[in-house]
Design a protein. Structure first.
Lengths: 250, 109
């Protein structure tokens, strides 16, 4: 049966799976954003209690958010999900060691019956699951923005792009492209001699390596023709569909 | 997509007859009379539910000759999905912040 695809979200947290599981379950009342996401509001409490996830208001009302269907510490917890008047859906949270951190993945399913199957297929192919796949990869890589401007050795007048030393910068960008690091690069139209380059280096915590590339491998920077600021970047969102480039083929 | 339209979607889904209508429409565009035959409520109630589902953007009305066909809207669940996505981002951000807080408390007594 065609389905509305499950919603999938993941996050890396800086702890071990056992602690991640403990905080998510036993300590859920300490961090769940009740002010924004609850039936009774900020003063309520929420807890996993005897196989149920229950919200309690200060005046003693309760709302059963769901019932635990899988309890597998420290690997997974799953529960039905029907806070307030919501129709019943299903949430599974898994905890997996990732180097010295833990990847926490939420899969929220159960919308199959309500959406147009044909549209669901389209969304599955082109829509938000792709966003998440992309972000999953993104979370494990190091992204930097290199902000370039005139360096101390640059001529005060004239276009830097016509200076022979600019070729060193172009050569650096070609090397980054060949290495597969280059995401995009180009000059700022409103700032003479300024430009921005986005690099994506595989693996986490590669900021040092990126800085070294930007300041040493780029001879135009090493020689003072350009100056660069290396800024670590955390890409969180992208369009649901790639924007069609002007004149690009569909 | 505004939260309000997501609210409308969840409100619409919060009623069993309306959920049943959506399930029936999975089989394809259906005239209101055919829906009413298969539901445990009268035709006026079915019309009312169809109005709520239409206003929530979950279904569409297609005139077909002298009668109206109802069909699932292609983007019907988009608002709800967007809202859920935002909900889990808020929740997971709070969760990650709590883990960071605990780690910082441990490392700087």
């Amino acid at each position: 049966m065609s389905t509305v695809p499950p919603l999938r979200r993941e996050i890396l947290v800086d702890t071990d799976p056992a602690t991640a599981f403990e905080v998510f379950t036993a300590q859920i009342g300490q961090w769940w954003p009740l002010a924004e996401k609850s039936v009774f509001g900020a003063d309520a409490t929420v807890a996993f209690d005897d196989g149920q996830l229950i919200e309690r208001s200060t005046d003693g009302q309760t709302d059963l958010w769901g019932t635990v269907t899988r309890w597998d510490p420290p690997r997974a917890v799953a529960f039905s999900w029907h806070p307030g008047e919501a129709p019943t859906s299903h949430v599974e949270v898994t905890f997996a060691a990732a180097a010295d951190r833990t990847r926490v993945t939420v899969v929220h399913s159960g919308w199959e019956a309500y959406g147009d199957p044909a549209a669901a297929r389209t969304q599955y192919d082109e829509g938000w699951p792709e966003v998440l796949d992309r972000l999953e990869g993104a979370a494990h890589d190091t992204w930097v923005a290199l902000m370039h401007r005139r360096g101390p050795a640059a001529p005060v007048t004239g276009s830097p792009f016509e200076d022979p030393r600019f070729r060193d910068h172009a050569a650096f960008l070609h090397r980054m492209r060949q290495a597969g690091y280059l995401v995009m690069a180009g000059p700022m139209v409103d700032g003479a001699g300024e430009g921005m380059t986005i690099l994506r280096l595989p693996g986490p915590e590669q900021l040092g390596a990126a800085t070294k590339l930007a300041t040493e491998d780029d001879a135009s920077v090493a020689g003072g023709f350009l100056a660069v600021t290396v800024r670590p970047w955390n890409p969180m969102m992208r369009p649901y569909r790639e924007p069609a480039g002007p004149g690009g083929s569909a | 997509m505004s939260n309000q339209s997501a609210d409308a979607v969840f409100d619409a889904l919060g009623e069993p007859v309306r959920r049943r209508i959506l399930e029936l429409l999975h089989e394809g565009p259906t005239p209101v009379g055919r829906l009413a035959e298969r539901l445990p409520v009268g035709r006026p109630a079915v019309s009312k539910h169809l109005r709520v589902l239409t206003n929530a953007g979950l279904i569409e009305r297609h005139p077909a000759g002298t009668r109206n066909l109802y069909a699932l809207a292609p983007d019907g669940m988009t608002a709800a999905q967007q809202w859920l996505l935002q909900t889990w981002d808020t929740v997971l951000a709070a969760y990650a912040a709590e883990i960071s807080r605990q780690r910082d408390t441990r490392s700087s007594p």
